[in-house]
Ligand binder design. Sequence first.
Ligand SMILES: [Zn+2]
Length: 450
Amino acid sequence: MPIAGPARWHAELAWLGDRVAADVLIETEGDRIRAVSPGVAAAPAEAVRLRGLTLPGLANVHSHAFHRALRGRTQSGPGTFWSWRDQMYAVAERLTPETYLGLARAVYAEMALAGVTCVGEFHYLHHGPAGVPYDDPNAMGRALLQAAADAGIRITVLDTCYLTAGLPGGSPGGSPGGAGAPLAGPQLRFGDGDADRWAARVAALKPAAHGRVGAAIHSVRAVPMAQMRPVVAWAAADGAPLHAHVSEQRAENAACFAAYGRTPTQVLAEAGALGSRTTAVHATHLTDDDIALLGASGTSICMCPTTERDLADGIGPARTLATAGSPLNLGSDSHAVIDLFEEARAVEMDERLRTEVRGHWTADELLRAATADGHAALGWPEAGRLAPGALADLVTVALDTPRLAGTRPEDAAASVVFAACAADVRHVVVGGRQVVRDGVHVLVRIEGQQ
Ligand SMILES: [Zn+2]
């Protein structure tokens, strides 16, 4: 990532974590914020004016970049999560490192345009057809790192351990007794054989200035309990984030209970996988005991409401989990849409539909989920805040669009959370470098866009 020189940015309004301030002078040096000064009415002549509400960069905590290719093709018609998954595998079957680079670059550029400055890529498409490793066994992971660099955003590659097609004795995909069902068909591209070989491959995937590497356990379906420990140990040794899909579907819970006599959360707890560096993705169908385990361990929760509703997953108990001690963050997951404002408000709106009561989350809480807490879950604790010392990642939302015209300064945070969309993002700065200017990506030309 090129190093930016000293710069001054003058925000008409800026969200400072718990309040909106006016006329905020943000001074940056290289990739960091040096000073944040509200109430500077007369901006220095050389300052770049940021008209609208400036937020810290948004973190998209859960992404499968290649699912973007399914948009519009899988939304209509009958089906379940499992029939959608077959369509998703058909895309996975065709990708090469070269085509994945092009696809992911476009997806990450779309994210940048939506104000996302850091993505957590839950990456399991590791190997070539039939599971044969590429000459560089990390060719696919490196394509993702390159795609993020090209799009000008940060990335945490959550390199995912994926070993089996189903739980022992469980369904779907499991075989009675023994280990889990072997991978077959397109899934062969996901597998490293065992967790030790997974760790050896990941050790060769080096981080970059804009990119970090974390670990993921795909799910209890894909990693037998005994194979979870090496993944947990790798993440612990590196101080790296550890993510896992948890209880997205009731069928997963039933198969897990049949195999282990435990829920997926209990299996992860038993394997030592919960804790403050861990993020449970979805956490949709939980027991009270699961919620207590996740909350007491400080495990973060990633909600992906636009995907969860697209896949008919259900509504996870986000508020109850947060009250129990689990920080919330957000992801666009399958990229049915890429719009973190939509994800943020959906957490509140879904809770309203479920409970028939309003007001579970404040706008400030939902913005913290999309910024500081999201970055923390991706191993970037120095990002996601407008404060001295933080990374200079800025997102300015226009307040003069049809959706947001008439916003009062004191309501700006709530207006953005409850009414903005990705198209309202006007400027994006990553590490002191402007990546989006006046709604246009300055590094990547978007095919098909005027
Ligand atoms: Zn996912």
